[in-house]
Design a binder for this molecule. Structure first.
Ligand SMILES: Nc1ncnc2c1ncn2[C@@H]1O[C@H](COP(=O)(O)OP(=O)(O)OP(=O)(O)O)[C@@H](O)[C@H]1O
Length: 259
């Protein structure tokens, strides 16, 4: 049976027996299921469970070792991806305003020119994340939380149908989390599909109707209260990333062969 199903919702993206890995070593095994259109889905799991790997595959940075991802007609430009902040280089000299304006690159194109209407939209996005006063500051001179607001403002302008967020609240204070959750809920209300990797279980319970609990394979996937049960969370905690760190044999395939 497919997991992640919501009655009546068409899928935004489907995984079909998807296995992902690095240098041919599987990191995530045999994932099958649908992310419904308009879903607000949290991906939860221990360190090394494969959460970032799954997002990287979704955005096309990592090709499947086997199985496939069906995008149901969505194109790369329909997907916005916010990697973990540690993977983003902040050293280049660019202002907050220009960094947010990069969210309009699809519309502006190679010309790079920003007309008055575009500038007003950038200003609107900055206002939405309460950063108007810092518009001219270099991004390298922002705090971690301020920079995360910049990245969310850029996402606002990208206007993507599918938004992927990898640990968007890492090292972010409570006030900023509340503001950024407000933007996520706005995207959800607009019918966009939002998928976020998160570690704060209470926050997931409060704000994310659906959860995928991952431990290199799907432990549970569906409505958040049914997924984040004490039994499932205990199984997730017991996941030991060292067990098959250099796995060359997939236990599912092994079981199938000996059955
Ligand atoms: N570039 C890479 N090359 C080789 N192995 C990798 C690479 N990136 C991740 N891995 C391995 O793949 C597995 C899954 O990693 P991933 O980053 O997806 O986990 P995660 O659930 O996002 O963890 P965390 O919560 O710590 O961010 C881990 O064993 C990790 O060491």
């Amino acid at each position: 049976m497919k997991t992640g199903h919501v009655d009546g919702a068409l899928p935004a993206v489907s995984f079909e027996n998807l296995t992902l890995g690095y240098d041919r070593h599987p990191a995530v095994h045999h994932i099958t299921g649908d992310i419904p259109r308009g879903a607000l889905l949290a991906i939860v799991g221990s360190n090394g469970a494969g959460k970032s790997t799954l997002l990287k595959a979704l955005v096309g940075e990592l090709k499947p070792l086997s199985g496939r991802i069906d995008y149901h007609g969505h194109h790369r430009n329909d997907i916005a991806y916010l990697p973990q902040v540690v993977e983003i280089d902040r050293s280049f000299p660019i202002s907050v305003f220009d960094c947010v304006a990069m969210g309009l690159w699809r519309e502006i194109g190679a010309s790079g020119g920003i007309d008055g209407a575009c500038a007003a939209r950038v200003a609107g996005a900055l206002e939405a994340v309460h950063l108007t006063a810092l518009a001219n500051r270099p991004v390298g001179a922002l705090s971690g939380g301020q920079f995360q607001r910049v990245l969310f403002a850029r996402l606002l302008l990208q206007d993507a149908k599918i938004i992927l967020l990898d640990e968007p609240f890492r090292a972010v204070d409570a006030k900023t989390i509340i503001d950024l959750i407000g933007l996520i809920e706005r995207w959800h209300a607009e019918g966009r599909t939002v998928v976020a990797v998160l570690h704060d279980i209470d926050l997931v319970r409060r704000h994310f109707p659906q959860t995928l609990l991952l431990a290199r394979e799907v432990l549970a996937w569906g409505d958040t209260p049914a997924v984040l049960t004490p039994v499932n969370l205990d199984r997730s905690r017991r996941f030991n990333e060292g067990v098959d760190e250099h796995a060359t044999v997939c236990h599912h395939d092994e079981a199938r062969e000996t059955a």
